[in-house]
Ligand binder design. Structure first.
Ligand code: MG
Length: 457
């Protein structure tokens, strides 16, 4: 099932030369354009879509195909080039576009690519709108236009400066620069390298960049997890820098390595950002059901509160807007601050963490040690969509006394931890997360899940 083409609220994701081809991308572009025309209301103004792509070698091919599809239904396209996902989202709103498209498969391996959609607010479409777009695509019910009405294609070169300007607007640039931090940055040959080096220079940091060439040929497995970042950890240690940062290929996620070369985990990125923001001003955070309890502890310490949503940045961002949240994001290293944008943003996360270090004058390892620790275990395995429902029934029966939340897959809460079991929105896999106060309890919960998996598959 690994080659299933996924169409979800995040857009479309598949394998190049197998199920994600130029003709498919063109029809998907036409379907998105048709949706925008039908939902835009009566207006004489032309409809414009902002288009960006990450560094994958298939990016220009898919961007050209999506552009063909959009212009064939009369949509004008503004191409912002090779950018990060948060940059494309920010440019969509900044340019007043009716929608945006980002060509990326995020952290997926090199054989994948994808087409991520944004609405005018820079957010991925909520489920009902995503379903409409999918229906138009599947039925090929496209509002093609005659020759004279075809869309135009333009280019905008302001994306990096616009995004960096937004991030610099919310931190004390002078204070951070006064610390002269030394940093190692691993951009895994994705879209993050050039713009993040520019941001770090603006913040007065001395950056040692590895895998910063946006070649799309990933030097290591791109998901920013511990096993993929051993080189980064080694370089941080050898060069004796203050902190190491790792991005995924479209640079919405950030993982952190402390000054001792220790991978501290993606879950800490949002926790540290929340620690910083709540430390200045109590408020509300939004995050998904599969994110660590660390943020709840931090909120409690700061008279703040946390709203939990289904997994997916659109769900988190939507809750943030509705509840005036001052920080939000997901435990995969994705931080959202609505002052900058409506998507997860590694550049934002970098700036917030550096400002936290600067304001407290503390090392990153010291800040991490202040956060109550949990043991989290994450597993994933290839499975079609029938597996998770069977496992959910079995797990509920196995833990009859757990507090059960079915907002997204299934979450079971216990006094000493929790389990989340869900089907991925973007890949044909099942994800199991467990978190507990100690290793033995985390092992106990994951072992139980492994047994249940073996029973139903
Ligand atoms: Mg990503």
């Amino acid at each position: 099932m690994a080659d299933e083409l996924i169409i979800s609220i995040s857009g479309m994701r598949g394998i190049i030369d197998s199920n994600l081809t130029a003709p498919i991308a063109a029809v998907y572009g036409s379907a998105f354009g048709t949706f925008l025309k039908r939902t835009h209301g009566k207006s004489d103004n032309r409809i414009t879509v902002c288009l960006g792509r990450d560094s994958r070698r298939s990016g220009p091919m898919l961007a050209a195909a999506v552009t063909a599809g959009l212009t064939s239904v009369g949509i004008d396209v503004v191409d912002v080039g090779l950018v990060t996902t948060p940059t494309a989202s920010i440019m969509t709103t900044q340019l007043g576009c009716s929608g945006g498209v980002m060509i990326t498969a995020s952290h997926n391996p090199i054989e994948y690519n994808g087409i991520k959609l944004f609405l005018a607010n820079g957010m991925t479409p909520p489920a009902p709108q995503a379903a409409q777009i999918k229906k138009i695509y599947v039925s090929s019910d496209l509002d093609l236009v005659e020759s004279k009405d075809c869309g135009s294609v333009g280019v905008n070169m302001q994306a990096y400066d616009t995004h960096i300007g937004k991030v610099l607007g919310i931190v004390d640039k002078k204070l951070i620069a006064s610390k002269k931090y030394k940093i190692v940055l691993d951009s895994v040959n994705g879209a993050g390298g050039p713009i993040t080096k520019k941001l770090l220079a603006e913040l007065g940091c001395e950056a040692i960049a590895i895998n910063d060439e946006p070649s799309g040929i990933f030097e290591h497995t791109p998901e920013p997890t511990a096993e993929n970042l051993t080189v980064l950890c080694d370089v941080v240690k050898a060069k004796q820098v203050d902190i190491g940062f790792a991005q995924d290929p479209d640079a919405d996620r950030l993982a952190i390595v402390d000054e001792n070369g220790r991978y501290i985990g993606e879950e800490y990125t949002l926790a540290l950002a929340a620690m910083h923001v709540f430390g200045k001003q109590p408020g509300t955070a939004a995050t998904n059901l599969a994110t660590s309890r660390m943020i709840d502890d931090i909120a409690k310490q700061n008279n703040s509160k946390v709203i939990r949503t289904a997994v997916g940045e659109a769900n988190v961002a939507d809750a943030m807007v509705k509840n005036n949240c001052i920080i939000g994001g997901e435990g995969n290293g994705g931080v959202i601050d609505l002052r900058v944008g409506t998507t997860r943003d590694s550049l934002l996360a970098i700036a917030l963490v550096l400002e936290l270090m600067a304001e407290t004058d503390r090392k990153i390892s010291e800040l991490v040690s202040e956060i109550p620790a949990y043991v989290m275990k994450k597993e994933k395995f290839a499975a079609d969509s029938t597996v998770a429902p069977k496992m959910i029934e079995a797990v509920k029966a196995h833990f009859p006394n757990a507090k059960v939340d079915m907002t997204d897959g299934c979450r079971l809460d216990f006094d000493d931890g929790w389990i989340s079991l869900r089907t991925s929105n973007t890949e044909p896999i099942v994800r199991i997360f467990v978190e507990a106060k100690d290793q033995a309890a985390a092992d106990k919960y994951m072992d139980a899940m492994t047994d249940i998996r073996n029973q139903v598959t």
